[in-house]
Structure formats: C-alpha cells, structure tokens
Design a protein around this ligand. Structure first.
Ligand code: NAP
Length: 351
C-alpha cells in the first residue's frame, strides 16, 4: 500500500508527447504540481502547448531538459517528487534505419536512467511506467495459441527482435528492465500501464507518435485503393491519461494493466469516420486481399513477414484488471475515432 501526498510535485518524462500531454493536462486540472521533462524546452513547436498549460495553471508546471541517453539528466527535475510517470520512449514503427539506436537504446537505457534517478531520489514512492500491449504479444497470429484467443497481463512478448517488430522488442526489454530494477529495491513500487494503440485528439502539434500517422494514413488517401485486414487493440488517449493518474493514486495498485477498450479493423475505423463526416476524407474504399498487401508491403516500408503474421487475424485483450483495480470506464471506440478525426480536420491536417 503506497499513499501519495498530492501536495508533492510529480515528474512526467517525455511530457510534450501525444499521451503525456493529456496526462500533464489532467494532473494540472487535478491540482498537482508537475515537473515536465522534454528534450528541448526552447523548442516552441514541441512545447508550445505545455507553455500554454503553464500559463493557465500558474506556478504549477515547470519544464526541464532531459535526454534519455544522459546519465543523471532526470535527477534535478525528480528531486522532491513522490511519483514518477515514465512515458518517454520513441513510438516509431516505419522508416527506421537503425532500430537498435533509434528504438531499443532510448527505450532501454532511458528506462534504466530514469529508474537510477528514482533510486537516488529519497522522496520517490511510486513509478508509473508507460509500457504497451506490445510487451505482451508480438504478432496477431499468436492469438491462435492463446486460451480463448485472449491475451492477459500474464502474457509476455517472446518473439520480437531487433529485426522483427523492433518497437515491440524495445517496449518488452524496457518493461523487463523496469521490473528488474523495481524488484531490486523496496522504497518505491511500480505500476505499469499496457495500452493498445492509442487514438483520440492530440494536444501535441509536433509528435512523431505512430498513433497520429496511422489515423492520418486512414484519412488522407494513402489507403484509398485498398486497406489491409489489420485489427488494432484500441484505447482513448484520455482514458490512458486517467489510468496513469489512477495508477499513481490507487494505494493498492500493483503490477500490469491492459488498457484496451476493444479492437477494430481499418475498415471499421474508416466506416465510423465516413458516418460522422460523409465525403470529407479520402478513406479506404475496400479491404484488399492479403496476397496483394503481401506483394506491395515493401513499397510502404512494411516487411512481408509482418503481413504474414498480422494481416487477417483477430486480436483481443482482457481489460478486466484495469476496470476492477483502477476503476477505468473505457470510452466507446467510435467516439474516440470520431473525436480524433474531427481534430485532424479542424487542424487542417488533411485537404
Ligand atoms: P510521442 O508523442 O512520440 O512521445 C514520445 C516522447 O518520448 C516524446 O516526448 C519524445 O520527445 C520522447 N523521447 C523520445 N526519445 C527521447 C530521448 N532520447 N530523450 C528524451 N525524450 C525522448 O509518442 P506517444 O504515442 O505519446 O508515446 C508515449 C509513450 O506511450 C511511449 O512510451 C510509447 O511507447 C507508449 N505507448 C504509446 C502507444 C500509442 O499508441 N501511442 C501505445 C502504447 C504505449 P520528442 O518529442 O523530443 O521526440
């Protein structure tokens, strides 16, 4: 049981990111004092929305530079904090030249670095780690080996590697490192969030998150001539932020938490957008057969092995733990998608 004093500051790493920006906003609205780490607090494009939040909540939000690769970079910002929300980690799945350097090292070294700072900071009582469902599974085909076809918090990704699903591998290694470090000491405990693909409107205008590029690709015509039969485990970004705060404040919270509202295919997502804003976006017109996707995959920077193991399979998660322990009420997926699509249109991100 860990009791958190709400008057003590909390730290959020990667605070300018897509997920973390909602977390920072909700923490401020809940009255917390937030220390936000970013890579460059003078980069207006990246942190403009945080500066606006800081203005709206005077004296409650401070920005601190910290890179995941720099030893000790998080020490100063963490001083005096009881809770550390570690969200910073790249979420990039395509266009990678060196996955080891671009994904695995920042995820793994970054987690080690942040938790080393927690080990040095006497006030830290709880770490809330943003992991992912991809630390639970690698490819949708694994569904076939699951009891009832459903993944739970007991499952671990055993098959990703640097060359296959490197993002999934980075999150798996990082979460394992975090558990190793959490179990090697007794002052702070750890609560882990394992979200599915996060969707919903973004507050961050300059995020590299695959969440944002995925929605854009569904809406901007990229998949006009045929969408893959891919199903995503989905969750609303606002629910993910709420779950992080509940993970920090629920005294008895422990272990991993699957944050997935349900799953949907690309064509289902497109159907919801079409219903909400008919004729507004260049949505996929049909679902292409798997052999065609397999054939053209490399043109889109996707491996044929990925297509083989992910296209055409269901994907389901048991979210009961997050519901019972954290009292999360997941949003309806259709509303999440429509809100996200509306923000994309309102921000002029598609023609
Ligand atoms: P995002 O917007 O790209 O946020 C990633 C954050 O990590 C950014 O603040 C980024 O800073 C920071 N970062 C990356 N490399 C860094 C480095 N070397 N030093 C310091 N900071 C660094 O992506 P997101 O979708 O919000 O993801 C946030 C977290 O949620 C990640 O841990 C991700 O794995 C996890 N997650 C996301 C999803 C999803 O669907 N979005 C699902 C499950 C889990 P810059 O802005 O400077 O690059």
């Amino acid at each position: 049981m860990t009791t958190i004093d709400k008057s003590m500051p909390v730290l959020v790493t990667g605070a300018n990111g897509y997920v973390a920006s909602w977390l920072v906003k909700y923490l401020l609205e809940d009255g917390f004092t937030v220390r936000a780490t970013v890579r460059d607090k003078t980069n207006e494009k990246k942190v403009g929305h945080l500066l606006a939040l800081s203005k709206a909540h005077e004296g409650k939000l401070s920005l601190h530079n910290a890179d995941l690769f720099d030893t000790g970079a998080f020490d100063d910002a963490m001083a005096g904090c009881e809770v550390v929300f570690h969200t910073a980690s790249p979420f990039i799945v395509r266009g990678l030249k060196d996955p080891q350097k671009e994904l695995i090292e920042p995820a793994l070294k970054g987690t080690h670095n942040v938790l080393e700072s927690a080990n040095k900071t006497e006030t830290v009582k709880r770490v809330v780690l943003t992991s992912s469902v991809v630390a639970i599974y690698s490819d949708s085909i694994e569904t076939l080996d699951q009891p009832n076809g459903v993944f739970s918090e007991d499952d671990w990704n055993k098959t990703s590697s640097v060359s296959h699903q490197p993002y999934n591998y980075s999150k798996t290694l990082a979460e394992k490192e975090a558990w190793k470090m959490a179990e090697a000491q007794s002052r702070w405990d750890m609560v882990v969030m394992n979200p599915g693909l996060v969707l919903g409107p973004t507050l961050a205008q300059a995020s590299d998150s695959t969440s944002l590029s995925t929605m854009l690709e569904i809406m901007d015509g990229t998949m006009r001539t045929g969408a893959p039969d891919l199903r995503f485990p989905l969750v609303d970004v606002r629910d993910v932020a709420t779950a992080h705060i509940k993970g920090a404040m629920t005294e008895s919270a422990s272990g991993r938490h699957i944050l997935v509202s349900g799953s949907a295919s690309v064509m289902e997502i497109a159907g919801w957008i079409k219903k909400a804003m008919p004729g507004r976006c260049k949505l996929p017109l049909w679902q292409a057969p798997k052999f065609l996707i397999w054939l053209i995959a490399p043109i889109f920077g996707i491996t044929r092995d990925f297509v083989k193991k992910n296209v055409g399979y269901p994907i389901e998660f048991d979210n009961s733990r997050a519901k019972s322990e954290l009292r999360i009420e997941f949003s309806a997926l259709e509303q999440t998608v429509v809100d996200h699509a509306q923000q994309i249109v309102d921000d002029g991100l598609i023609n």
